[in-house]
Design a protein around this ligand. Sequence first.
Ligand code: AP5
Ligand code: MG
Ligand code: ZN
Length: 214
Amino acid sequence: MRIIILGPPGAGKGTQAKLLSSHYGIPHISTGDIIREEIKRNTVLGVKIRGYVERGELVPDEDVIEIVKEKILLGNCGRGFVLDGFPRTIIQAKALDHILSGMGLRIDAVINLVVNEEELVRRISGRRICRSCGATYHLLFNPPEKDLKCSVCGGELYQRIDDMEETVRRRVRIYNIETKPLIGYYEEKGLLINVNGVGDINSVFSEILRKLGS
Ligand code: AP5
Ligand code: MG
Ligand code: ZN
């Protein structure tokens, strides 16, 4: 199963990708998570791309393509993968096609999570993430069991630096310009599956599984 999850910032890509990853037993590849890890570890790449992420802008195509290529080639992807946050530009989508066709593989489905902008801002402003294990919460919609501690590992929860309202709105603007054209790109290939992303997390997940036909 090789799946892409498309959708604007805050649509629930990470939330649904984690569920799909454990349902199918395939790796969850989130370019956002990988990039944040590079920044945290202060690697050469992390230092180069920090500013883009903090401003809510896209990191250069060549850097993310390299990251994903390495993951797909070296990662544990024999049974497939869930791609979250990649591709995000037509250039990235074409590069992905090229990487996969070189391996005799192709994408099976592209899930497009549809959520309106006000809901996106509401979701992102309440989002908190575990510093230790990366679990994602929402103060109102998906709260941790104990005040500001991770329900999985007890770790401390933090707010992403690019989650301030003004930066979120910029991310949505950039999504509309750079990433939205991918909807047409995958529709033409007959791979696009639109899913209403508004509703509770489990019903969105059931809808995805139903549309994937399993
Ligand atoms: P990235 O980390 O991919 O951020 P994003 O696309 O902006 O998306 P988010 O992670 O903010 O949202 P999500 O859709 O995963 O939602 P989530 O499940 O957390 O990218 C960050 C940055 O990295 C980019 O700005 C860019 O700089 C760089 N980057 C990454 N990939 C790149 C690429 N390919 N090219 C170039 N640059 C790249 O959910 C959000 C909140 O809502 C959570 O609190 C969650 O608990 C809650 N929630 C989820 N589902 C529901 C629901 N059904 N009902 C109520 N609440 C819900
Ligand atoms: Mg995410
Ligand atoms: Zn945790």
